[in-house]
Design a protein around this ligand. Sequence first.
Ligand code: ATP
Ligand code: MG
Length: 391
Amino acid sequence: MDPIKNPFTPGAGYPPHELVGREAVLEEARILLGRTLRKKPEKSMLLTGLRGVGKTVLLNAIEQEAQSQGYKTIFFEVTESQTMGHKLIPALRNLFFELDRIEGSKEMIKRGLMILRNFIGSLKLNYGEFGVELDPLPGIADSGNPEIDLPDLFLAVAEAARAKNSGVALLIDEIQLLRQEELAGLIMAMHKLQQKQAPFVLIAAGLPTLPRLAGEAKSYAERLFSYPIIGQLTKEECDSALQEPVSLEHADFSQDALDAIYQHTRGFPYFLQEWGYQVWKVATHPYMTRDDVQAAETLVTARLDTNFFRVRYDRLTDGEKRFLHAMATGATPCKSADVAEKLNMKPSAATPIRASLIRKGMIFSPRHGFIDYSVPLFGEFLNRTEKNTCQ
Ligand SMILES: Nc1ncnc2c1ncn2[C@@H]1O[C@H](COP(=O)(O)OP(=O)(O)OP(=O)(O)O)[C@@H](O)[C@H]1O
Ligand SMILES: [Mg+2]
């Protein structure tokens, strides 16, 4: 059917027609934002979920909600190549300038900019002539230690926002990639900001390793944040995520087509978008049936293998690939010790491989001693892919 009218949106961070099944998390975020502006304590949120479940699109929706409640927002994605400071500095500078344009006292903005300048100096970064006209304010956010500097810096920006009747929402994607000292600094800052009832909210998203990483960085992190799990959609949610967008284009799925797509996708949002997209593409009439789903199968598998699975697989070493293939010979979650045994390895020899797969975001530990894939249905991909190349 007409490719221009195709209502499906497979792709990293591409907003779907509607955020099906995420009402409860959006409501939790709405309440957190509203209460924080009113100086009522509430836990910040760390969303966790497997690859492709819709964490990024949810963060974007929460950013919109924050803006509609009057917050100034900072949104960035953590990458391995840059520190958090690199991401924060330009965003904070823009935010101070934005606040400066709002009517009212300039005192807090000036103070905030001085503190930001200290922070920039402590990281030995160069941001041009920024702030040379400001008086020095030594001893605040200038130590180079995120645990000391981030609380001061965030408090300064929160106070500047409060002076303009606003708040700050910090949205961080892929937060599991933060360096441990940065994560510790961030948690410490949130702890301090909560105690001061500052209008500052952190909403972040990451892989399921996140709660453990946060707990390791600061043991009280468990009590400081809520950890909503972003998971698969139910059958009903999956049906409506498929049916509603096509009905706006005067098309329909038959019930058996919906059932077949659910079976293939198990309710994982990225897969659902890809299936919807390709079925629409191969269908020649607006009533899409199980036959159309079948006709799209080769296309979908090829697209998912190339765009979703292989990009991750190709980044692994042979040893890591072997480890994952051994996992795929049985059900997951599975015991790390069992995987080592399948590879005729001592558990201690498998430990570094397991650790590097966790670091690369390929697997996580759902409970002590067990591991599972962070990429949904990865085992099935491995079982149809060229195992022999790494054995
Ligand atoms: N609630 C939803 N209903 C329908 N489709 C959704 C939903 N949430 C996300 N999607 C779709 O799923 C795909 C993946 O979304 P997104 O990139 O936000 O996932 P993610 O969890 O951030 O993935 P990754 O971990 O790889 O970054 C997108 O194509 C998006 O349109
Ligand atoms: Mg994402």
